[in-house]
Ligand binder design. Structure first.
Ligand SMILES: Cc1ncc(COP(=O)(O)O)c(C=O)c1O
Length: 385
């Protein structure tokens, strides 16, 4: 008898990034590809970080497991980074759990809070791996609607909460929309979650890529944040080290204890070499990190200008962080539009249907890895669609 697979996993979509790449073989032209598929930095880390990685590779400790919650120096540095970024915060190293990337931070958090029969409210459009993980774990996903500005709908969240609900999940700035949720609305969600005795999970992967350096929210200012907020972070984008797998959960002690059980089973500890890279990045690459964020903000302006005329009928709805959330006016299905963009226009984007419960004719354009000249070329190619 052939082996059988778990329906919860086999019913999942394949990785949307992998599916898009698979279509590249069918391209009919010979010109360079415009790759707007991935949300990971295509550029190299700061030289000081790369040097530290090379040096750390030769040190005997680097090949060993790290302490379960992360290297103490990294937990300290990151807590200090958070205190600086969120002004009045009282976050300390004890609130920080280092993970092998923010995806793992989310998975451990979800497993700590919910099991089959429980539900988590997920703001739409969602980051596809969040939705996929909850499905794989048999946790009911309740999709939360958004306003015209693609901000999560507080009233709707209130209506969705019942005795099965364990958390509300928000991402700010959002993937795929790039929309930054204002601090006041984040505070309202924390208040709703707190009142309902559930968690507010806030994925802050793109916080450095907001249009402002002002604090992303004021929730850390009140020590009672630990009752409700679980803030998730990634070093992948800030320090351009996605392959070294470092992220963090910022939470109270009970959440930390539960997530550590999961992290121990899954990875034992986050890779030491990535943690060493992150320590050096936090200590010595602050200026570099700001420059990259400013460079990407300039690219976003350029991208928005090129898209302003809706070339080829592709309308930019929102943009921010690494992303443009684009409406296609093509009469074809989204899948077919994406296929045509890849095969005939050498332009690789991700179908919006990977981020929404139903096909809404949307596309995600991740412009952050293009040069200004490539963004101009994008406009030219789209105009001929
Ligand atoms: C919203 C969001 N969360 C988490 C991640 C994963 O980050 P990491 O590389 O730290 O696992 C991504 C990566 O694209 C993301 O967009």
């Amino acid at each position: 008898m052939a082996m059988k697979f778990a329906a919860r996993t086999s019913d999942l979509i394949d990785s949307p990034i992998g599916a898009a790449f698979a279509m590249l073989d069918h391209r009919v032209n010979n010109r360079p590809l415009l790759d707007l598929s991935q949300a990971a930095p295509g550029y190299s880390p700061a030289p000081v970080v790369a040097d530290r990685i090379a040096q750390a590779a030769g040190e005997p400790n680097t090949s060993r497991y790290a302490p379960a919650a992360g290297l103490p120096e990294l937990r300290d540095e990151f807590a200090a980074d958070l205190r600086r970024s969120y002004s009045a915060s009282d976050v300390s190293a004890g609130d920080v759990t280092i993970t092998a990337g923010c995806n793992q931070a989310f998975c451990a958090t979800a497993n700590a809070l919910a099991q089959p029969g429980d539900s988590i409210i997920v703001a739409t459009p969602f980051y596809f791996n969040h939705d996929m993980w909850l499905q794989a774990e048999g946790i009911e996903v309740r999709h939360l609607g958004s306003s015209d500005e693609l901000l999560p709908d507080l009233q709707h969240a209130n209506e969705l909460i019942d005795h099965t609900t364990r958390a509300i999940l928000l991402v700010s700035p959002g993937n795929p929309t790039g929309v930054t949720i204002p601090p006041e609305l984040i505070a309202d969600f924390v208040e709703l979650a707190d009142r309902s005795d559930i968690a507010l999970i806030l994925d802050e992967t793109y916080r450095t890529f907001r249009p402002t350096e002002a604090p992303a929210h004021a929730v850390f200012d009140n020590p009672s944040w630990r009752r409700t907020l679980i803030s998730l972070h990634s070093f992948s984008k800030d320090l351009a080290i996605p392959g070294y797998r470092v992220g963090a959960i910022v939470s109270g002690a009970e959440v930390q204890r539960e997530t550590l059980k999961i992290l121990d089973c899954v990875a034992i500890s986050a890779p030491r070499i990535g943690q060493e890279a992150a320590i050096t990045g936090l200590r010595h690459a602050g200026g570099w990190r700001r420059e990259q964020a400013q460079r990407i903000a300039r690219l976003q302006d350029h991208f928005a200008k090129v898209m302003a005329t809706a070339p080829g009928g592709f309308e930019l709805v929102t943009s921010g962080a690494y992303f443009g959330w684009v409406r296609s006016t093509d009469h074809r299905s989204t899948e077919e539009t994406v296929r045509r963009l890849i095969v005939e226009f050498d332009t690789l984007v991700i179908p919006g249907s990977a981020f929404t419960p139903t096909d809404e004719g949307m596309l995600r354009f991740s412009f952050a890895n293009l040069t200004p000249a490539e963004i101009d070329e994008l406009g030219v190619r789209l105009a001929t669609y």
